[in-house]
Design a protein around this ligand. Structure first.
Ligand code: FAD
Length: 295
């Protein structure tokens, strides 16, 4: 009796959606279809990721600038410190500011070669904390940062990782968005620990719908997310049944959100992978309905 039924959820939640910059014209079309489909739900912001090693610098910029120009959705640009001098970063963020973008998701990023050790660029920002400080000095952006309920793989321990998150918040970030996770208790434990640590800013769970079990487990391994044993069982035998798989993925993500809601969570960030339907269905089940003013 601890969780409300979907039908009783009043829709008192805020959502945001994450996209990645498209590589081809076909992918561009898919992205814009997804943005148009999700826009009526009135997300408080939509964000666009930055490719490893800064490889999508132009594409991320073009996508975010187009969202700012052509929709009324608040657009956020992800930005990393990888392979960039401070001057490079300043150039990028000045262009965002000039394009009317007011929100940056500030990240350290990962080494360009998979599995390598991160090394700061000698003329750049060493980590996300420094990047947040640099952005703050440059323009009054709204800044989001990353948080890790299961601890960042480079961090010696959870306490150290929380200390790093606290430094990022103290440097001027307004919210943390979490890496994806699959058990609600993972999030609740982290939220409690962060609060005990004196982090009182909002911590928004990042929700990853499992559209492709194999690729999600691969990603999870790289970023230290635990894939519970029951998940393999849930997706087994569905490789050749994409529609059944979609339904299972939606149910699983909606159930996670429903339990987070029961624990007081009212803000959710969805990793859409540039597809609208799953995120739309989950939002719908959580009581979110189209707002009058769409994009
Ligand atoms: P930081 O917060 O700087 O820290 C990373 C680790 O290093 C932590 O363990 C921290 O404790 C440790 N550390 C940092 N500074 C110090 C210090 N001075 N001394 C000791 N230890 C230190 N990646 C992309 O490439 N593009 C994206 O668009 C992108 N978007 C993301 C969005 C979200 C919501 C999340 C959760 C992650 C995203 N990432 C993205 C992945 C992210 O870049 C990686 O997880 C990266 O390894 C860490 O980035 P960070 O900003 O969390 O780093």
């Amino acid at each position: 009796h601890d969780s409300p039924l979907f039908a009783s959820l009043p829709g008192d939640i805020d959502v945001s959606f994450e996209f990645f910059p498209p590589k081809s014209d076909r992918m561009k079309e898919q992205l814009w279809d997804a943005i148009e489909a999700l826009a009526p739900l009135g997300p408080r912001f939509v964000s666009v990721t930055y490719g490893a090693g800064g490889s999508t610098r132009e594409r991320t910029h073009d996508t975010v600038a187009r969202i700012a120009r052509e929709t009324n959705l608040p657009a956020a640009a992800h930005l990393t410190c990888v392979e960039a001098t401070k001057e490079d970063i300043h150039e990028v963020v000045d262009a965002y500011w000039d394009a009317g973008v007011r929100h940056i998701v500030a990240l350290r990023g990962d080494p360009p070669e998979k599995g390598g050790t991160y090394a700061a660029h000698p003329g750049g920002y060493a980590n996300a904390e420094e990047l947040v400080k640099g952005l703050r000095e440059r323009h009054p952006f709204e800044i989001s940062v990353a948080a890790y309920p299961e601890c960042h793989p480079d961090s010696p321990c959870a306490q150290d990782d929380l200390a790093n998150l606290k430094r990022k918040m103290d440097a001027g970030a307004t919210r943390a968005i979490t890496q994806f996770f699959f058990e609600p208790d993972t999030f609740f434990r982290f939220r409690d620990d962060a609060q005990k640590f004196g982090i009182d800013a909002e911590i928004v769970p990042g929700i990853m719908p499992v559209m492709n079990y194999a690729s999600v487990t691969r990603m999870a391994k790289m970023c230290g997310t635990d894939v519970p044993g029951w998940m393999e069982k849930l997706f087994e035998g569905l490789d050749d049944r994409p529609e059944a798989r979609q339904l299972v993925a939606a149910t699983l993500a909606a159930e996670l959100c429903r339990r987070l809601y029961a624990g007081g969570v009212r803000k959710f960030h969805f990793y859409t992978l540039n597809r609208a339907e799953l995120a739309y269905a989950i939002c719908h089940m959580l009581g979110v309905r189209p707002k009058e003013k769409a994009a």
